[in-house]
Design a protein around this ligand. Sequence first.
Ligand code: RM4
Ligand code: NI
Length: 284
Amino acid sequence: MLKNNKWLGRKERRDMIQKLSFKDFFHSTKQQLAIEPRAPQMNYPEHTHDFSELVIVTKGKGRHILNGYQHDLHKGMVLYIDAADHHLYENVSDLHLANILLKDHNDFRFIHNLDALLKNLKPNDASYKIVNQNTLDLINSNINHLISQNTPETKLQCECSFFQLVTLMQHNYINSKTKGTTEEKGQQILNWLSYNFTEEINWAKLTRQFGLSVRTLHRFFKDKIGLTPQNYLIKLRLSNAYYQIRYTDKAIIDIAIECGFNDSCYFSTCFKNQFKISPRELRR
Ligand code: RM4
Ligand code: NI
């Protein structure tokens, strides 16, 4: 009889995990990188690799379990996965990833200390790196270059693009959870909100995730922005709604819902308070 998974030792469990091979993703041994966009990334069972991968979350959400530690993924996260790490994706919801696969021993000519750079991007149980929208846009266009250049003839060019990409990630990341100062953590929450303002937000849960108390967050917002977190959130939602009402022809009610308002009366009131014009008037 098969032993229940739960009762297997750590090593035995490891042996059962699927191991992905670079041969399935690289066309030739000369190829240094393989770009594997996942749009979407479906739920994917636990696995290891004989290659390492640099993952950029470009859209959507999902849960990532890396070496047994779980973390919620969202747009803007970048993570480096070592070959021997084991990981899986679950509870995905329109999760889009760009995977850049790297063979264990790349003979790069231009990049020398890649390991040191990549190590910085390795998540640990408490922190994942997040880049802001501008950086993400740059990263995306860089990946497109990489896709079009990825031939043996353009090896050096491709290496340069890749180096740029890694550098971009180095200079512009923040930690999702950190032992940093209140200032740093507050900035991270601001950054997180710029991606997630359309979600229903539970401040207690969010602040806990970033290692702050609700009170400290209030103080941070008051000092920095002169608003409560909730009022700031409403501003983010309203400015997005304003833009959409003005420049798209989506139904106003759909825009309201999409921006995180579940009550259209409340939406209209807030909107009018803020812009001195009703959503309907603006549409006209
Ligand atoms: C899978 C998933 C894995 C990755 C492979 C290449 O869809 O993203 O993490 O290792 O692709
Ligand atoms: Ni993987």
